[in-house]
Design a protein around this ligand. Structure first.
Ligand code: SF4
Length: 199
């Protein structure tokens, strides 16, 4: 029986948790849509601007961003074209491969990102108010979810510790060989600038 069937959902904790996660995913969509409307952009255009602003230019290629957002290269390319027309981004040719280019923000793009990045602020305020012990539990569960979804291929690109070449176990405990430190639950990164792919 589907978890959306209310008899199933209301009598089964697993179904309630899954339905609750679905509800939470809607919250992000709604908040992102509101911000996108405010700036007359689409949600993916906002997400691309935020991604470009917060990652190395090596990752700001059409191919990588298509993988990151689980979309096709033409879709990303079209979104970038619109952002370019709006003078929010510009293309920088790759010195090694002249057929390819990286996308960088213009000053106008940087100014816009400063405001767009605030779209999850309502949720951040709620998280800030959660009890410290509950927060630790929540974080562990979130990391476990993301790790399992990444392993199942549902999330395409993850620059997190468990997929990183620098990740190891020392005395049975998670350890980062690059930072040379034990990784406690709070140290596990979802999106690490020093991440190095296993493959
Ligand atoms: S380099 Fe970053 S992603 Fe890799 S194990 Fe260390 S902290 Fe984690």
């Amino acid at each position: 029986m589907s978890l959306f069937n209310l008899d199933t959902q209301n009598n089964d904790l697993d179904s309630k948790i899954t339905a609750g996660l679905e509800r939470l995913s809607q919250v992000f969509k709604v908040l992102l849509w509101e911000k996108a409307k405010e700036h007359q952009l689409s949600p993916i255009q906002i997400q691309l601007l935020i991604f470009i602003a917060n990652h190395s230019s090596d990752l700001s290629t059409i191919s990588y961003m298509a993988q990151e957002f689980g979309l096709t290269k033409p879709t990303i390319s079209d979104a970038i074209k619109t952002l370019e027309q709006k003078k929010l981004v510009t293309k920088r040719n790759d010195k090694q491969d002249t057929r390819s280019y990286r996308v960088v923000l213009t000053q106008k793009g940087k100014n816009l990102v400063a405001d767009c990045s605030k779209y999850p602020d309502t949720l951040s305020e709620i998280v800030a108010g959660i009890d410290a012990d509950d927060k630790q539990i929540l974080w562990k569960v979130i990391v476990m979810f993301i790790e399992q979804m990444s392993n199942a291929g549902i999330i395409a690109v993850q620059r997190m510790c468990y997929n990183c070449n620098h990740y190891s176990q020392q005395n049975g405990k998670p350890f980062c060989m690059l930072l040379n430190k034990q990784l406690y639950a709070n140290d596990i990164r979802l999106d690490c600038p020093e991440f190095e792919s296993l493959s």
